[in-house]
Design a protein around this ligand. Structure first.
Ligand code: NAD
Length: 298
């Protein structure tokens, strides 16, 4: 079996890495903070002292890190994955980063006789825990076929979208839909509350019709229950909107709705909500409307 390295054991990375152990993959892990690493070791993984050291004992190295600079440092930087990986090794970056970085990693990997895939995910913490993530993959078909058995341990809907960077473009598209829908659900609830109509009843009614969505269901429930513990941190979604807008700018494309929602996320972060779940965006709309949604029970 391929020896797998896993770097980045946060909300997503830890449960994803844990799924690889029962499948029998020899697993070496590295994380900046120690806690999650100890859990993986207790479950049967080995730890290494640096990304380079992880790569030196792995055939396939997976990264699940917060942002583009983190992935650039860990994969391409000094003491990074590509310094340790043997010729023929495969890098799978599952973080959400700039498509241009995914292409740069792909090119640098090729120069070393290695291959790389960008394989960002959707489905959140619950999808990571249940191994039901949707995984959108960019890179060569042979690299995809090689990675597939490993990806199948973490996800269900695994789609090869196109060449290097295509997975990250797909994830950017995904993040537009999620962000704009969170804003739409927030506006719908605030409108209802301002009109003295119970937003919880509005959600019940809308869930049976054309406005149904998983975001109305899950994040709508979070908004009404005030469950803003992440989940998906607002700072990370704001990071993804920067990826969306930077990529659009590179393409000479205007995305006015995405830009507006990114500004609303800035407002949430400026009000101290950066570490809250992105469903807390509703609180910005509440402030604009000078009201607060009340939990369904009250
Ligand atoms: P997180 O902040 O919970 O975890 C990131 C982990 O990386 C942390 O454990 C941190 O210690 C570690 N780390 C950071 N820099 C490091 C470095 N240089 N070397 C080693 N470890 C390092 O983030 P997350 O929620 O798990 O998200 C990870 C990625 O997945 C992000 O790109 C995010 O946008 C994406 N994502 C998250 C979700 C979600 O619902 N949380 C859903 C889909 C995609």
């Amino acid at each position: 079996m391929e020896r797998v390295g896993f770097i980045g054991l946060g909300i997503m990375g830890k449960p994803m890495a844990l799924h690889l152990l029962p499948a029998g993959y020899p697993l070496t892990v590295f994380n900046r903070s120690q806690g999650a690493q100890n859990e993986l070791i207790a479950a049967g993984a080995t730890s290494a002292a640096s990304p380079k050291d992880v790569a030196a004992v792995s055939d396939v190295v997976i990264t699940m890190l917060p942002d583009s600079p983190d992935v650039e440092q860990v994969v391409l930087g000094k003491g990074g994955v590509l310094e340790g990986l043997h010729s023929g090794g495969l890098v799978i970056d599952m973080s959400t980063v700039l498509p241009s970085l995914a292409r740069a990693i792909h090119d640098r990997a090729q120069q070393k006789g290695c291959t790389a895939l960008d394989a960002p995910v959707s489905g959140g913490q619950v999808g990571a825990q249940n191994a039901t993530l949707s995984i959108m993959v960019g890179g060569s078909v042979p690299a995809f076929e090689r990675a597939k058995p490993i990806l199948e341990k973490m996800g269900k809907n695994i789609v090869h979208v196109g060449e290097a960077g295509a997975g990250q473009v797909t994830k950017a598209a995904n993040q537009i839909v999620v962000a704009v829908t969170i804003a739409a659900v927030s506006e719908a609830f605030v409108l209802a509350a301002k009109a003295h109509v119970n937003p919880s009843k509005v959600r019940d009614a809308l869930l049976g019709g054309f406005a149904h969505s998983r975001i109305l269901d899950l994040h709508g429930s979070r908004m009404l229950q005030r469950r803003f513990q992440p989940g998906f941190k607002t700072t990370l979604h704001r990071k993804d909107m920067a990826i969306v807008l930077n990529t659009a700018r590179e393409l000479g494309l205007a995305l006015p709705v995405s830009a507006a929602v990114a500004e609303l996320m800035n407002a949430l972060i400026a009000n101290g909500g950066g570490e809250l779940d992105h469903s807390a965006l509703v609180t910005v709309f509440e402030k604009l409307g000078n009201l607060e949604l009340t939990p369904p029970s009250s």
